[in-house]
Design a protein around this ligand. Sequence first.
Ligand code: HEM
Length: 487
Amino acid sequence: MVNMTLHLLTPPFFQLVPLVLLAFIVLRTLLKAIPSSRKAAVAASPPGNTGLPLIGETLAFLAAYNSSRGVYDFVRIRHLRYGRCFKTSILGCTHVFVSSTEVAKTLLGSESPDFTKRYIRSIAELLGHQSLLCSSHEQHKFIRRHISSTFKLEAMDSTIKKFDELVVDTLRSWEKMEQILVLRDALKVTFNAICKMLISIEDEHELEILRNDIFEVSEAMLAFPLKLPGTRFYRALKARERIMNRLRKMIDLRKRELECHEDFLQDLLKKDESCNNDSLTDEQIMDNILTLIIAGQVTTASSIAWMVKYLDENQEILEKLRALYLELPCKDSASPFGFEVLNLMPYAIKIVKESLRMASIVSWFPRVALKDCEIEGFKIRKGWIVNVNARSVHYDPMAYDEPFKFNPSRFDEDSKPYSFMAFGIGGRICMGMNLAKAMMLVFLHRLITTYRYKVIEADTSLQKGAMFPMLRNGCPIAVTPVTKEPN
Ligand code: HEM
């Protein structure tokens, strides 16, 4: 031992000291150069700030939700700060946001058994615990099977025809108007068409009452779940109660055979009679009618408004589309569009797809971890909510060349697998995907072949307190009929 110590003090060791120091400095510099996300991989937990105990970053989340930059701004800022995988804490839950096609494939595409879908509690309380959007794996399979069998092609065909009639009527009313709010009218026509398909309501007064209640509910989806009179959440719960009472009365009338319609509700009730314990309960039917209206109306109407705006900003694309439309045989309102609109014009479909990519209406998809696991090299604890950040994948230059440019022709070629997520992926893919696309195509066709239009105010601020990115100014436009060319 003494010999060894002496050996360390001999001249060759002293010669090594500068080398060891140099190696130490190089290593430290290299470690500093590693991006923070990799360092966190070593630390095993995703980078990010979980804020104060219990409150976490809830206040920052709600501030973004109530601002005209929109709730996604909360995610965007942290994505820039921490990289493509980060964690935060909202309303008492740890949330991880991850932007990667590989994770999208694992979590959504192959329906990993380690994860299940779960929205924050306030959403489940408003939509109902039997809602398809909030239900557990097994319950989801059961409900989706029932709903998709009634969500059939013929029903959707007549919904698209109804939607077309409504659009033609609405566009007719625009002729004498100086300014039109595209979002407002799109919300109305999508709502009316979906309500007709689901529950056959057509009376304007009844529709308006329901529309106001649905609006209260969807406005509060991400609000702080405070059940005190006067709060947004409380008002939404009251609106939900009124909607449920209305639906309960409808079910009762139909069960007593005092009313009968050809619609989604009747289909589900028919099944109820025939296959007893394999059928949906009244609660399941009611929660899911509310879910379908909320999932379908604002998303589709908002996408329509963004599409109108993007086209206005890209006049050459708009003119190319108009020329292609005018080559098609004229479609009059006496024979409305049905499902064939989906195959009518490939260029219009690419415009719809590109608008959906850029608008990324559903910006992230939440899934809860059922056990401890790893994602992107980071440890994920059981109970954490992992959100696939679809919007950031849609704007990733590795997936889309010049992602901020509106370029429908990018879809001439297939996009990178799992990089287009406007309607989600896998077993939870949007049930109304084809209906939504068809409604966007019908609106586009009718608008472009009836009018030339100009967006009056190019503001891109978003509506405060909205679950989905909606233009705050409602996309105001002025129109001139296509036959009367502007001076
Ligand atoms: C442009 C319009 C629409 C967009 C962008 C959209 C987007 C989405 C997305 C991204 C999901 C999956 C969410 C996830 O995996 O977490 C979804 C699910 C869903 N959508 Fe849509 N949607 C639209 C229109 C519609 C319409 C018109 C309906 C029906 C009337 C509808 C009904 C549903 C339902 C029921 C689900 C839940 C499916 C399930 O969990 O199994 N959506 N939608």
